[in-house]
Design a protein around this ligand. Structure first.
Ligand code: CAO
Length: 277
C-alpha cells in the first residue's frame, strides 16, 4: 500500500500533463497508460481486494441551499470567489465523523515471519484529511484537505479553491495527494443519481454525492386552524448519497447510523453551526 501511495505522491508534473487519447482514432492505436492511469490501475486493483459494503440514502438539500446563500454573502475576509456546496458537505462530514472514528481509520497489515498469517491492527487517525475526487484535465486525482476537523467552512473553501485552481493547471502537489484518511466524491455536478464508489486502499470509507434534483415528496403538516394532521406533496431539493465501506471492519449499522447523523447536520444547518468548535 505504501508503494502504491508513494507512486501517486511521486508523480511528476510533466507526467501528469500527458493527456488521454482525446480524438477518436482513425485506426487502432496502442498507447501506454498515462501516469495517472497507472496509479488508478494500481490503487483500484488493491482497493478491489477490499470486501465492499454499499449503502445509499437521500437527503433533503433545501436548508443547505439557503445556508450556502446566507454564508456566501459574508465571506469578505477570505479570498474565496464563491462558496460551493462542497465545503459545507466536507465540514458536516467531519463533524459527523467525530462520533464514528472507525470510518476515518486505516488497517495495518503486517506479514508474520512465517508468512502464513497476518497481524492486523486498526490505526484510528486523529486528523480528518478529507480526499476530494477531482476531475482534472489529466484525469481523476484525489487531493485531500488536511485537518478539516480544525477548519471553518471558509477555510475549507479556500483550500478547495486552491486545489481546484491547481487541478485545472495539473499542478496539484504530492503533499496534497498524500495522507488522505477518507474520501468524498461529488459526481452530481456532471449528473447521475446513485453510484458505487470504490474505497481508496489506504482508507475504510468513501461517500459519493449524486445530482441535486427537485422532486415531489410527502410532507406531514398540521393545519394551523383545526390542528388536523395532513399529508401534502411538496417540491424538495433531494441529493442522493452513496457510501462504500470496508466490510471486514465496518458493519452496515455503523454506516447507517453515520449517514443519519450526517443527514441530520445537513438538513439542520443551525445544528451544524451549534456543534462547530
Ligand atoms: N448536483 C447538482 N449540481 C451541483 C452538485 C450536485 N451534486 N454539486 C455542485 N453542483 C453545482 C454547483 O452548485 C455549481 O453551480 P453554481 O455555482 O451555479 O451553484 C456547479 O455545480 C459547479 O460547482 P463547483 O465548480 O463550484 O464545484 P464544487 O465545489 O461543487 O465541486 C469538485 C468541486 C472538485 C468536487 C468538482 O469540481 C469535481 O471535480 N467533481 C467530479 C468528481 C469526480 O470526478 N468523481 C468521480 C470519482 S470516481 O471516478
Amino acid at each position: 500500500k505504501e508503494d502504491v501511495l508513494n507512486h501517486v505522491a511521486d508523480l511528476k508534473i510533466a507526467d501528469i500533463q500527458k493527456p488521454y487519447v482525446s480524438q477518436y482514432p482513425v485506426e487502432d492505436k496502442i498507447v501506454p497508460l498515462t501516469n495517472i492511469q497507472k496509479s488508478m490501475f494500481k490503487i483500484m486493483t488493491k482497493s478491489l481486494q477490499i470486501p465492499h459494503f454499499g449503502y445509499s440514502d437521500e437527503y433533503s438539500f433545501d436548508n443547505v441551499i439557503s445556508f450556502r446563500d446566507m454564508i456566501g454573502q459574508s465571506n469578505n475576509q477570505f479570498s474565496i470567489k464563491k462558496i460551493s456546496y462542497m465545503p459545507i458537505l466536507i465540514k458536516s462530514f467531519s463533524v459527523a465523523l467525530q462520533q464514528f472514528p472507525i470510518l476515518n481509520a486505516s488497517i495495518i497489515e503486517k506479514e508474520n515471519d512465517d508468512g502464513d498469517s497476518n497481524v492486523i491492527k486498526i490505526r484510528y487517525r486523529s486528523a480528518h484529511n478529507v480526499g476530494i475526487a477531482m476531475d482534472t484535465p489529466g484525469g481523476l486525482l484525489v487531493p485531500n484537505i488536511k485537518n478539516v476537523q480544525t477548519k471553518s467552512i471558509f477555510e475549507i473553501s479556500e483550500d478547495l479553491q486552491r486545489l481546484q485552481e491547481a487541478g485545472k493547471k495539473n499542478l496539484i502537489s504530492p503533499t496534497d495527494l498524500k495522507d488522505g484518511t477518507i474520501t468524498l466524491s461529488n459526481i452530481g455536478i456532471i449528473g447521475g443519481i446513485f453510484l458505487s464508489p470504490v474505497v481508496v486502499c489506504s482508507e475504510l470509507c468513501i461517500a459519493a454525492i449524486g445530482k441535486i434534483q427537485r422532486l415531489p415528496r410527502f410532507e406531514i403538516i398540521k393545519d394551523k386552524i383545526t390542528g388536523e394532521i395532513k399529508e401534502q406533496v411538496v417540491a424538495k431539493n433531494i441529493v442522493p448519497i452513496s457510501f462504500s465501506a470496508d466490510h471486514r471492519v465496518i458493519d452496515g449499522v455503523t454506516i447507517a447510523k453515520f449517514s443519519q447523523r450526517w443527514k441530520n447536520l445537513l438538513e439542520n444547518p443551525a445544528l451544524l453551526s451549534a456543534e462547530l468548535r
